[in-house]
Design a protein. Structure first.
Length: 331
């Protein structure tokens, strides 16, 4: 690992550090004694206490990233790829299989992964690269069967295919000794400041409106999904940065498949609302809340527990309560 920066502390460079996951990754590394450098297109108030370097990661070259990681004021010890390049295109269209959208997703996700490998493989300090992927890389799940890391990935849509290509690029380079890197495959995330693209993030403004006497009607599919708090994700990134596990992929989740109706009930309880407006869609995919091609998502997290020491700290009910409370205070 790279020698500490002039401050005497190791440095974590968080790509996409202003995002919904990245902001928590920044907080976790800072709490563990790292200097944090946030890399994104534009600064954001919620990460203002950290060093910021503006960079468009869609177009950044390996030379630009190499210069950043070696900069005397940075001297990266860890690089976390917390970007979600679904934002480069329309996720729904890409999931539906449009060739143009699929090509954009692949170029954005795998392209950045290749650029990162090229930027890091000549770095004498060998910073640890922690890449954040998705559980959707495995493809649709089977009811009652958790995903484990030895399953052969069979992504079912363009987004998952692009994320898998990025993970494989980094893992192949790490296994060949070109870089020091690991990949984390996340389940659905929840907790404070959720992504507006995810189900909790979409539900949150509707809950706020319902608190102002607006009518609330929520339909959910008869599906079960694994949920992990973003703060637990951030802690997993720190653990992955510090353990001698290069070339490995780890599932990061709660290990529990939760009915979607139960998730909604916890959200309503957090907002102080009754669940009388919740109905279950009896034909999945016909108007209810749906994920990227899976009615059952459950992660086997034993490898992360055994090799990283990972264990979720936030239960689903607490995570959703904290999500509601954070949203109420940030408006």
């Amino acid at each position: 690992m790279q020698d500490p920066a002039p401050s005497g502390h190791p440095t974590a460079v968080v790509l996409g550090g202003t995002g919904c996951v990245g902001r928590h990754v920044c907080t976790a590394f800072a709490r563990h004694g790292y200097r944090v450098v946030v890399v994104a297109r534009r600064p954001a108030p919620h990460v203002a206490e950290h060093m910021f370097r503006p960079l468009n990661l869609l177009t950044a070259s390996a030379a630009e990233l190499d210069a950043l990681f070696r900069d005397a004021d940075v001297r990266a010890s860890v690089v976390v790829n917390a970007t979600d390049m679904a934002g480069a295109t329309d996720l729904t269209s890409a999931a539906d299989g449009g060739a143009g959208r699929a090509a954009e997703l692949l170029a954005a996700n795998e392209g950045l992964a290749r650029t990162l490998v090229a930027a890091l493989e000549g770095n004498p300090g060998r910073p640890r690269l922690v890449h954040i992927g998705t559980i959707h890389e495995y493809g649709p799940g089977q009811a009652g069967v958790p995903f484990h890391e030895e399953i052969e990935p069979r992504p079912a849509n363009a987004y998952a295919d692009a994320k898998l290509a990025a993970s494989r690029t980094i893992l192949d380079a790490a296994r060949a000794g070109r870089v020091d890197g690991v990949a984390l495959r996340l389940v659905n995330t929840c907790g404070p400041y959720p992504t507006p693209a995810g189900f909790p993030g979409k539900l949150l403004p509707r809950l706020r409106a319902a608190r102002q006497d607006a009518e609330l009607s929520v339909r959910v599919v008869d599906a079960r999904r694994d949920w992990i708090d973003v703060r637990d994700v951030a802690e997993a990134c720190v653990l992955a940065a510090e353990r001698p596990v290069s070339g490995r992929v780890f599932n990061i989740g709660s290990g529990i498949a939760v009915p979607m109706r139960e998730l909604v009930a916890h959200c309503l309880s957090a907002a102080g609302l009754p669940d009388s407006g919740v109905t279950e869609e009896d034909r999945p995919g016909r108007g209810g809340v749906r994920g990227l091609g899976a009615d059952w998502i459950q992660a086997d997290i034993r490898l992360a527990r055994d090799l990283l020491g990972f264990a979720p700290r936030f239960g689903l009910r607490q995570s959703l309560q904290d999500m509601w409370d954070a949203g109420a205070t940030s408006r």
